[in-house]
Structure formats: structure tokens, C-alpha cells
Design a protein around this ligand. Structure first.
Ligand code: NAD
Length: 289
């Protein structure tokens, strides 16, 4: 039985709005009369989902007025060859942001490769210097998925001050930076970071005013785990055997318990791309003055 009116938070709409603002900014800002912001996308190998993600990012760039160039490297690329490619992009004054699409083929070391992206062009926010800036509260690029979630929460008018947020997942790309952003001054959440070794996860979730699920397990978080009236952000993207895409939260069970929830697809995914565009525009503004 439904007990609560649940709002579906449309990442699709919020990201469209942000992309519209970026487009206007590119059209109107004097610095962009010199040249458009430009993103270099580096794709190694032919992993099908990565090709789809890169194509979606390139399409989003085009629609927003950002130039993009794809550097497609063969599966056999060596670590040194990948580093050389990234270094040459660092030196190219017409490029504002470098996107290294992950995962890389198994023989390549992702952490080593990321070290070869200049922090001033690290629009994915994954270089240790960018992550250190986040940790120490200095300006810098923030990882796109958690910063997209923050943008979504702000735009939806979710009040965060004094709230208890539970983040499930401790990855460098989502969970850990998510916890830091929620705890930052201004957001002011009290944060619990849960992971695969956390005990009593359902009880913990019942205490969450804001629940961020980023564990990569289809519909793992049940409706009965949720605090009534909580805000649920589902970062997970899981493809089932029949091809259907679902999140980490059992959406139908959560609907009617949560006060607001993001759908999958159409929730966090589009926000991630929009934040990549925003980081690229911000980078270009700095470079062009
Ligand atoms: P990851 O595999 O690197 O990390 C998963 C985390 O979940 C780990 O820290 C692990 O400790 C935790 N975990 C695993 N099982 C758990 C359990 N039973 N209980 C509690 N915690 C558990 O994954 P990731 O890169 O952080 O991605 C997480 C999910 O988010 C995936 O589904 C991924 O596809 C999705 N994702 C979506 C976007 C987007 O734009 N929407 C972006 C990045 C990742």
C-alpha cells in the first residue's frame, strides 16, 4: 500500500537545464569568441559499453557547443604509448579537458595513466591532485557523478543541513567523493559511508534522511530498508539478463516510501555527462581568460 507521494527526480530534465545554461554561456561569453571549449576523449580498445558512453559524451558536447575530438587507440596500446598520447594532449593549447574512458584493457594500469593527465585538464576529477583538492576544500575539478548528484539535490530543493546521509559504496569515482561533498561546509550533512564489509546495512539505511546507493548490485536496497520520507539517489546502473537496465534500489518498493527518488535510467546518468560538460567549460574559461 502506498503511504507517501513520491517525487521522481528527473536527472534528464535537470541536466537539460544545465546544458542549456552552458550553451548560452558559450554563445555569450566574450572569451569563447576566440574559440569553443574543447574536450579530448581517449578510448583504448573496443569495449562496447565504453564506445557507447564516449559517443553519448561527444553528442552532448556537440549539442552544447563544445568541440570534441576522439583519440581511438588500439587494444594493443602499451602503457607508454597511452602516456605519450595523454602528454601530447596536455601540451595542446586548444584542448581544455581530457577524458580517459574507463575501464582500460586489463594490461593497462588506470591509476598510472590518470597521473599523466595534467590536473588543469582533469575534467573527470580523478587525478590525485583533484581528489586532494576536494579533500582539503580547495577549488578544483570534482568527480562528475557525485558532483552531478549534489547539483541534483540543490536543484530539487532538498535541504541537506543537519540531515543524516548514508552513502553505500566506497569507490574513488563515486562513493568516497560523494561522502566528502555531502559533508562539506554548506551542504552540512552528517555522513555514514557504508561498504561491502558494513554490518547491518538495512538498519543503517533506516536511519538515512538521504540515501545514496552506489554499489552496483541490481535492486539490492529494498523498500523496507528505507526511512519513510527519505530522499533516495540511485547511482547504480545494472543490466539484467533480459537487457533491462535497473538501479541498485528496488524502485517500485521504494516508490511510496521515499519522498523523492531518482529513476534508472534517466536519473544520475545524464547528470554525470552534464557535469563533464560543465567542467570542460569552466576549464576553457580559465584558459581563455
Ligand atoms: P565499484 O564496484 O568500484 O564500487 C562498489 C562499491 O560498493 C564498493 O566500494 C563496495 O565496497 C560496495 N559494495 C559492494 N557490495 C556491497 C554490499 N553488499 N553492501 C554494501 N556495499 C557494497 O563501483 P562504482 O564504480 O562506484 O559504481 C557503482 C555503481 O554505480 C555501478 O552500478 C556503476 O555502474 C554505477 N555508476 C553509475 C554512474 C552514473 O553516471 N550513473 C557513474 C559511475 C558508476
Amino acid at each position: 500500500m502506498l503511504t507517501m507521494d513520491t517525487v521522481k527526480i528527473s536527472g534528464k530534465e535537470i541536466s537539460q537545464q544545465l546544458r542549456g545554461e552552458l550553451k548560452k554561456e558559450i554563445e555569450n561569453a566574450i572569451c569563447f569568441q576566440k574559440r569553443a571549449p574543447k574536450l579530448a576523449a581517449v578510448l583504448v580498445g573496443a569495449f562496447a559499453p565504453s564506445k557507447i558512453y564516449v559517443a553519448a559524451k561527444e553528442k552532448a558536447c556537440k549539442e552544447t557547443g563544445i568541440a570534441s575530438q576522439l583519440y581511438q587507440l588500439p587494444e594493443s596500446t602499451s602503457q607508454d604509448q597511452l602516456h605519450d598520447c595523454l602528454e601530447s594532449l596536455n601540451l595542446d593549447p586548444t584542448i581544455d579537458g581530457i577524458l580517459l574512458q574507463l575501464p582500460l584493457p586489463g594490461h593497462l594500469d588506470e591509476n598510472q595513466a590518470i597521473l599523466h593527465i595534467h590536473p588543469d585538464k582533469d575534467v573527470d576529477g580523478l587525478h590525485p591532485i583533484s581528489l586532494g583538492r576536494l579533500l582539503s576544500g580547495q577549488p578544483g575539478f570534482r568527480p562528475c557523478t557525485p558532483s552531478g548528484v549534489m547539483h541534483m539535490l540543490h536543484e530539487t530543493g532538498v535541504s541537506m543541513k543537519w540531515k543524516h546521509a548514508v552513502v553505500i559504496g566506497r569507490s574513488t569515482i563515486v562513493g568516497k567523493p560523494m561522502a566528502l561533498l555531502l559533508a562539506e561546509k554548506g551542504a552540512d550533512c552528517t555522513v555514514t559511508l557504508a561498504h561491502s564489509q558494513t554490518q547491518n546495512l538495512p538498519e543503517l539505511c533506516q536511519k538515512a534522511d538521504i540515501l545514496i546507493a552506489a554499489l552496483g548490485k541490481p535492486e539490492f536496497v529494498r523498500g523496507s530498508w528505507l526511512k519513510p520520507g527519505s530522499v533516495v539517489i540511485d547511482v547504480g546502473i545494472n543490466r539484467l539478463g533480459d537487457g533491462k537496465i535497473v538501479g541498485d534500489v528496488a524502485f517500485d518498493e521504494a516508490f511510496g516510501v521515499a519522498s523523492a527518488i531518482t529513476p534508472v535510467p534517466g536519473g544520475v546518468g545524464p547528470m554525470t555527462i552534464a557535469m563533464l560538460l560543465k567542467n570542460t567549460v569552466d576549464s576553457a574559461k580559465k584558459r581563455l581568460g
